[in-house]
Design a protein around this ligand. Structure first.
Ligand code: ADE
Length: 229
């Protein structure tokens, strides 16, 4: 079966430089989301900007799976640092991905009956290798997802107490959850943009982390990753 990679992000800035690298591009808008089909890294791919948060991420994954026939799901975006194992600009490749909000025990009452999610081992290895090839420091880590931007020490401490992740973001667990529900392998890549504390906003805005710069790098990493899937 031919591989079709569903490639997604949460923000338009993350998607544009990847779209620019796609050949044989065509666009289709469904459910309020523009999907770009084409070829990147030698693979057929369907790219979309899902929007931020778990609901938008889940909806996009379902369309990638059932409308576009994606065989693999890749999410690329940014995250707040929690464990400090890596620094700003480095990448956490999700091994385990969990919800830090909601009621995972209740979510697990229906298929796939999981309270936490595991990215595909082959795709994790491919992502780590792609980062290396692009000169980006990357480690495998635990990602926690919730529908809020974490920008204060108290919230960060509560999340550490609950699930001790390496980073926090707003889509990964929903992506991995709906990928698992569709029996699709997935991987989540998160570049650290801030430290999930009071300085996080400043860091993004005062440009200690340059989102545009990282998005260019992320596009190179995505192409290198698709070559390896
Ligand atoms: N994405 C990037 N930084 C984040 C943070 N601090 N909290 C949630 N999502 C993020």
């Amino acid at each position: 079966m031919e591989k079709i990679i569903g490639l997604m992000g949460a923000m338009p800035d993350e998607i544009a430089p990847i779209a620019a690298r796609m050949a044989q591009r065509a666009e289709e808008k469904i459910g309020g989301v523009t999907f770009t089909t084409g070829v990147i890294g030698g693979k057929r791919a369907v790219l979309c900007c899902a929007g931020m948060g778990k609901a938008q991420a889940a909806a996009a994954v379902q369309l990638l799976a059932t409308h576009f026939g994606a065989t693999h799901i890749v999410f690329s975006g940014i995250a707040g640092n929690v464990s400090g194992r890596v620094g700003v600009g480095d990448v956490i490749v999700g091994g385990e991905v969990v919800y830090h909000d909601g009621e995972p025990r209740m979510f697990a009452e229906t298929y796939p009956h999981l309270q936490s999610f595991h990215c595909d081992e082959g795709m994790i290895a491919a992502a780590l290798d792609a980062c290396r090839a692009c000169g980006v420091t990357a480690v495998r880590g635990k990602i926690a997802t919730g529908d809020c931007f974490v920008g204060d020490r108290a919230t960060k401490a509560a999340i550490v107490a609950k699930c001790a992740p390496d980073c926090v973001e707003m889509e990964g667990a929903a992506v991995a959850h709906i990928a698992a529900k569709n029996d699709l392998p997935c991987v989540i890549l998160r570049a650290i943009s801030d430290n999930a504390d009071e300085a996080g906003f400043e860091k993004l805005v005062v440009k200690q982390f340059d989102v545009a710069d990282y998005c260019e790098t992320a596009a190179r990493v995505s192409a290198a990753l698709l070559e390896r899937i």
